[in-house]
Design a protein around this ligand. Structure first.
Ligand SMILES: CC(C)(COP(=O)(O)OP(=O)(O)OC[C@H]1O[C@@H](n2cnc3c(N)ncnc32)[C@H](O)[C@@H]1OP(=O)(O)O)[C@@H](O)C(=O)NCCC(=O)NCCS
Length: 183
């Protein structure tokens, strides 16, 4: 595996148990911003439980933190999950910015780093990534659409969020669609 990628303003690193306090504090501070789009454990015990889930399936679930190059602080995260290999070579992205770092272009930069790492033959060597997004989550749809993901269709009753099974749009990108790298 090559080193995880680094951009002008953010870099990726794998989330670990040691990040529990900083991550959980950011989750608490971002609760209003994340609602109703995504849900996270709000305490260290919940974080560690989730971490054990990631650690138990390292080939299938990889949690990346998006870290600010300026001070190393956690700006957000992108999880690559449901990784399937063989003829599919596919993964599902789940992501959020933390409120203090949102709207500054950091997640756009992080998405580019993650997609290129996932498609890199020396990285995860995947062929397709998908993001499942609620139809009314305009900022999230804008993020992937601007990058070059393609709308594939609607998955009814796809995820249990905010106390109900929510329809999600399927947005995906394959290696054939990767935009040229910025200079
Ligand atoms: C979706 C989400 C991750 C987007 O994160 P973000 O921090 O707003 O992303 P960015 O800052 O990279 O992009 C947002 C905007 O800032 C702009 N931007 C601001 N400063 C910028 C800069 N210096 N450089 C580039 N773009 C910049 C981007 O172009 C983009 O423009 P737009 O508002 O016209 O679309 C964030 O809104 C979020 O966490 N939402 C709640 C959780 C969630 O919905 N998760 C996804 C579930 S499917």
């Amino acid at each position: 595996m090559p080193e995880l990628p680094r951009g002008p303003r953010v870099h990726l690193r794998r989330r670990t148990a040691d990040d529990a306090a900083e991550f959980t504090a950011a989750v608490v501070a971002s609760a209003e911003f994340h609602h109703p789009w995504t849900e996270h454990p709000h305490d260290v015990a919940g974080y560690l439980d989730r971490q054990r889930g990631f650690d138990a399936e390292p080939d299938r679930r990889i949690p990346y933190l998006v870290c600010d190059n300026a001070d190393g602080s956690i700006a957000g995260y992108v999880n690559v999950q449901n990784i399937v290999r063989y003829a599919f070579r596919n993964g599902t992205l789940g992501y959020a910015a933390f409120v203090h770092a949102a709207g500054k272009g950091l997640m756009s930069e992080a998405l580019d780093l993650v997609v290129r790492h996932c498609f890199d033959p020396d990285g995860l060597d995947l062929h397709r990534l998908e993001a499942n997004i609620r139809p009314d989550n305009a900022p999230s749809i804008a993020l992937v659409e601007r990058y070059g993901f393609r709308y594939e269709g609607l998955s009814p009753h796809f995820l249990f969020l905010d106390n109900a099974w929510r329809d999600h749009e399927r947005w995906a990108i394959t290696t054939e669609m990767l935009p040229p790298a910025a200079d």
